[in-house]
Ligand binder design. Sequence first.
Ligand SMILES: Nc1ncnc2c1ncn2[C@@H]1O[C@H](COP(=O)(O)OP(=O)(O)OP(=O)(O)O)[C@@H](O)[C@H]1O
Ligand SMILES: [Mg+2]
Length: 458
Amino acid sequence: MMSFDHFVAQLPYPPDAQQMAAIMCDDNCVVSAGAGSGKTTVLSYRFIRLVLEGKAKADEILTLTFTRKAAREMQDRIYRHLLLCSDDEAVAAQVADFGSTSIATLDSFCSTIVKLDSLHYGIVSDFSIDDEATTKSARQCAKALLDSWPQSEGARILSTLYSPDRLIDEVLLPLAITHYPLPRSVDEGAEATIIAEVERAYSRLMGDLVVILSRYASLSDGPVTVAEVANESSAILDRLASCASHEEELALLSSTIGHRRKPSGKKGDLLTISESWTDYLEIRMKVCIALSTLTQRDRLEAVLTFTSRFIEAVHTRKRESGILTFGDVANLAVDILERNKAIRRAFKERFRYIMIDEFQDNNELQKNLLYLLSERGDRERDGVPTAGDLEGQKLFFVGDEKQSIYRFRGADVSVFKVLGDELVANGGKAFSLATNYRSEPALIEWFNEIFPTIMAHE
Ligand SMILES: Nc1ncnc2c1ncn2[C@@H]1O[C@H](COP(=O)(O)OP(=O)(O)OP(=O)(O)O)[C@@H](O)[C@H]1O
Ligand SMILES: [Mg+2]
């Protein structure tokens, strides 16, 4: 087989030392670097190295990107690299069979998984994905339910809190589209989960509120407003300390005491107050929201009953129409890999290596998907494996912490960081690339300018 060195020798420019270190790494590995530093280049060269060293056939490497355009470009790059090696018979066969190579977007790879087991969820295997159509039908479900079940306590409560349009667009649709994709339903435990969550938030926010109030209570330097705020703050603290129930706390914090317009002025302690006043009011308001949930559990239960009916109606509509959202497909894919061990095993065995570009755009769900696919052959966990359960030489992540264009789609930049830390803690390697090659053209232009001048003077 042609050697990787031989391949590199054919390139117009060789990878630099940092790039080479990442390309040659066999362990689980995270490459984090800035724009134009050659991240995608490194990934595609690593693909070629694995093939040339006989570590994997091209169709045993799963290469994932985020957008369809990026997937096409990746296919193109890797295909052209392989062509450079096609004097070698073994490579030539893989070039001829390039169509079976799995270079895809995460979305389309998830679809591949879901097709294998969609019937388990009552969904046809030739389902289609259309976020817009799903939103439209979810809106119809919401309207139909509000019309047909107006006597429901939950609908009544929600209707007193929101205008009809806002109830649908800002409450029900986000629940259906973002929070409860298939196969998630509003389960029995939802109320307990929400209460526990709200209690945690309440403790944290109340702690923050006490810190701010204590700080205000200690201030004295400045105009009379400072003294007023200090007195009100210590009064609130005293009364909070003697509250015997959440109801009393709510009555106190939703009262007018300590409420005033943001004080302006930069003199003495007034600056401290004016700088933090907006935060103070916001935290206080959030404590009130948490308290009103905790003090009105029967209302929460009624709202959840209504919500659960709505989500079920949307899910039924999805099953009947065979039209799903991208979120459904991603969640179903992870659910299938968690639940159906035979399918998980098949994918684990099929792909020896998994490489992902632009991982900064990804979220916890996608991380779980990749962990499931990278689970060690001799383990079969219920649920998502931990980093300690992973094969040591399977994953290769590439990303740029600084550029996340998909944050609005629920991508969490910190997932990339956490992932890097977890892999390294379990024997993986982290690399960064320091040179920005996108600045090269400027340099070339500069040479083009200067060179003729120098030559002319010789
Ligand atoms: N060692 C190198 N020497 C010269 N040019 C290089 C080198 N490595 C990469 N390049 C070139 O730099 C450009 C950027 O590379 P690449 O697309 O791999 O970077 P990237 O980090 O993936 O960028 P982005 O952040 O936009 O995804 C490409 O044109 C590539 O051919
Ligand atoms: Mg790139």
